[in-house]
Design a protein around this ligand. Structure first.
Ligand code: DX5
Ligand code: ZN
Length: 229
């Protein structure tokens, strides 16, 4: 990717490490800092060990921001959550390939998301080869490449996994398809540019935006700066 393209990468804050006691203010701060869209991490204690939050928190964020919201469903049975997520205000439903279990099931889930008027995104865990998604790309609106084992914010990204982003980027080009490629997990100011140059067009930023050292506005400005450099 060229320098100009890195500039266009979007930043999607995740609230996982935000201060939930003042969530609305945290969301407003990040919006003011230039958040492009919101990435809300739903965990069920099965697909991943922790529980996070569900439709009530999505609805609370929906009531606070005008920006696009995607729900990243780290849940074992994503289809069962689609209606609640859509009604709560999520505009893109991102489910895991590993939870779908097969290409056919993933296609069915994508159709269900579309039937609800939502976009369909699919996320892949580090151990899942990106090629598994190739037969499905025409049914999807986005791919999320996990740079960590899902379940926890604040982990370190495995940048070797950016090879999956590079391969997918080339595959989409060859197929004449265009969709966002998102990277999720451990994206920070020191690696954001590398992610964008690999072909990621959306960068999820959790602890990079919500941490004790900076305000969300300062953190987002720092991310923008490395992307614009
Ligand atoms: C992890 C989540 C990520 C995570 C991002 O399971 O899917 O979205 O919260 O947080 P950081 O940026 O801290 O890795
Ligand atoms: Zn996520």
């Amino acid at each position: 990717m060229s320098d100009a393209d890195a500039r266009l990468a979007q930043i999607a804050p995740s609230i996982l490490t935000a201060d939930f006691g003042r969530l609305a203010q945290q969301v407003r701060d990040a919006d003011e800092g230039g958040a492009d869209l919101w990435h809300l991490d739903v965990m069920d204690g099965h697909f991943v060990p922790p529980l996070s939050f569900g439709r009530e928190v999505i609805a609370a964020v929906r009531a606070t921001t005008p920006r696009f919201i995607e729900a990243h469903l780290m849940v074992a049975r994503p289809g069962e959550q689609f209606v609640d997520m859509a009604h709560a205000g999520a505009q893109r439903l991102v489910f895991h390939y590993e939870a779908a279990g097969s290409a056919k099931a993933a296609r069915d889930l994508a159709r269900q998301a579309h039937d609800l008027g939502c976009e369909a995104g699919i996320a892949v865990n580090p151990e899942t080869p990106i090629e598994a998604l190739y037969p499905l790309l025409d049914a999807l609106d986005q791919v999320v490449v996990m740079l960590i084992r899902p379940g926890w914010g604040g982990q370190q990204a495995n940048l070797d996994l950016l090879d999956k982003v590079r391969a997918l980027h080339a595959r989409l080009d060859a197929a004449g398809l265009a969709m966002p490629i998102e990277v999720d997990g451990g994206v920070k100011a020191h690696n954001a540019r590398t992610c964008a140059e690999a072909g990621a067009t959306i960068l999820v930023a959790g602890s990079a935006v919500f941490n004790v050292e900076q305000t969300p506005q300062q953190a987002l400005a720092a991310l923008r700066e490395v992307l614009a450099r």
